[in-house]
Design a protein around this ligand. Structure first.
Ligand code: ATP
Length: 171
């Protein structure tokens, strides 16, 4: 299972359709302060179903939609798609070799979740990623301060992490 691409449109500082493709090995994103590096990891969290606006560094869900600049009007919705190559090790339990999850959010408050262009529930996305370490509660995205939270966390909080790593959350 390999992350192959991330596509954003109208998400935070990415009004235009922006596609990042990830090759084998390590990908590093570099750029000046405020250029949108963390917005990329926010997009990954978001498409995986993140509901906490705090974790997305905003105060309301609408904050993920491009809010406009002096030269460009605000957008009406945000969309992010993440594509995973589901061959090889740690396969997601799915008939597909390539899986694309998509999340859309409109200023009206409506949201949509899709798996391979088919509309699904948030719960279906959560269940698909359960025990893979990738999901919203997974440990594949380690943000600033997260290591400290793990070390200083309550035993019950740490247990959630171990359960996920051991692949027994479902049970
Ligand atoms: P640093 O290196 O300082 O951590 P960074 O490269 O990680 O910075 P981000 O925090 O990802 O930068 O991006 C911040 C930028 O994203 C700011 O310029 C902010 O105005 C812009 N931004 C965030 N949300 C929106 C939005 N909804 N609409 C337009 N721009 C946004």
């Amino acid at each position: 299972m390999i992350l192959t691409s991330l596509e954003m449109q109208g998400f935070k500082s990415f009004p235009e359709k922006t596609v990042l493709t990830f090759d084998k090995g390590i990908t590093a994103v570099v750029g000046p302060n405020g250029s949108g590096k963390s917005n990329l990891s926010d997009a990954m969290r978001w498409v995986l179903g993140e509901q906490s606006t705090k974790n997305l560094r905003g105060s309301k869900m609408e904050d993920v939609i491009f809010g406009g600049t002096e030269h460009r009007p605000a957008m009406g919705f945000a969309e992010v798609s993440m594509t995973i190559d589901n061959r090889g090790e740690n396969r997601i339990n799915s008939d597909f070799d390539e899986i694309t999850v998509t999340r859309r959010y409109f200023r009206t408050g409506d949201s949509q979740y899709l798996i391979n262009n088919k509309q699904v529930r948030l719960r279906d996305i959560a269940e698909m990623f359960m025990n893979t370490g990738i999901g919203r509660e997974g440990y594949s995205i380690i943000g600033q301060g997260k290591i400290q939270n793990i070390v200083e966390g309550k035993p019950e909080e740490r247990r959630e992490l171990f359960d996920e790593a051991a692949g027994i959350v479902k049970y």
